[in-house]
Design a protein around this ligand. Structure first.
Ligand code: NAD
Length: 289
């Protein structure tokens, strides 16, 4: 099929995120009107990385937008692992805290695995605790990693049919590639997981009805890797010459992909929205509401 033969749908991730946030706001307004306190997300940042600071501010603004409370703990880069784990222990025991998120990356030598395991699984807003990961594998997780949830919400919203579809996931990280491949498989897609050692990646992608690109390798997915009409979910974000660039050659994919997420206003706003969703789910579950 010639390029341009397809009228590619460009996903407006911000519009969908806003719609879902409005729904959560209505839910929280109803709970508050019934006399309950709002849900609360606590974010912890170690160090003063400007990008991380801006991410946590964005998360707090998103909480305010839906009527949830948020709190922040800004710790110096010199914080020891023990000090951070002690703080997490206090937050775990604080009944007023529903969701806990420790912003990554953490300065060395703090172990991200130790931190993930120290968060109460019931308050694990980023769903990185091994118990939540195990539940995801078993198909009964309540809290699921935010970016994969965002990808699935976009596919669902646009009616992308997953049962029996060939899905290719590029990247096998714990935060994106692995969980999204499990979620796709649970929706009955046949999933191929690819990574930096995969042979014949272009050929594998050409068979895919759905591609989830989460490698962090700018514009690696070329137009001729995409089957006409495929759903292309571009998770990758890399700064190139001051611009954010996705893993997919976006312009070249227009007219070939059936649906595609742009690197701005694509999966990013959906990720934050799913963090709110997890916080609300954790709150409801803890409060039995
Ligand atoms: P990661 O570095 O932990 O994992 C990258 C994975 O991609 C690895 O499994 C690696 O094997 C694979 N990979 C790397 N280069 C490859 C190549 N050339 N061919 C095939 N596989 C390759 O990264 P991550 O945390 O999973 O994030 C991936 C990308 O998604 C990054 O660009 C990150 O910034 C972005 N991201 C975006 C959001 C969002 O909300 N939009 C959220 C999380 C991550």
């Amino acid at each position: 099929m010639a390029k341009g033969a397809i009228d590619t749908i460009v996903v407006d991730g911000l519009a969908l995120a806003n719609q879902l946030r409005d729904e959560m706001k209505a839910e929280i307004d109803t709970l508050v009107a019934a006399g309950h306190r709002p849900p609360q997300l606590t974010v912890v940042l170690v160090g003063d990385d400007p990008a991380s600071l801006s991410y946590i501010k964005g998360k707090q603004r998103a909480c305010a937008r839906i009527g949830a409370d948020s709190a922040e703990h800004l710790l110096p880069a010199s914080t020891s692992e023990k000090e951070l784990l002690d703080l997490l222990d206090r937050l775990n025991r604080d009944d007023g805290v529903d969701g806990i998120l420790v912003q990554l990356p953490l300065p060395k030598p703090i172990s991200p695995e130790a931190v993930a395991e120290a968060i109460d699984p019931a308050k694990d807003a980023d769903a990185l605790h091994p118990l939540n990961f195990g539940r995801l594998l078993l198909g009964n997780a309540q809290l699921i990693s935010c970016t994969p949830l965002g990808v699935m919400a976009v596919l669902e919203h646009h009616g992308v049919s997953l049962a029996g579809a060939d899905a290719v996931v590029i990247g096998r990280s714990n935060i994106v590639g692995k969980p999204v491949s499990i979620l796709l498989q649970q929706q009955n897609a046949t999933v191929t997981m690819c990574h930096s050692r995969t042979r014949n990646l272009p050929e594998i992608c050409r068979r895919a009805d759905v591609i989830v690109a989460a490698a962090g390798s700018p514009r690696m997915v070329k137009a001729d890797w995409i089957k006409p009409g495929a759903a292309v979910m571009d998770v990758g974000v890399t700064e190139v010459d001051g611009k954010l660039v996705g893993d997919v050659d976006f312009e070249a994919a227009l007219g070939i992909a059936g649906i595609i997420t742009p690197s701005r206003r694509g999966i990013g706003p959906m990720t934050i929205t799913m963090l709110l969703r997890n916080t609300l789910a954790a709150y409801r579950s803890r409060k039995g509401l």
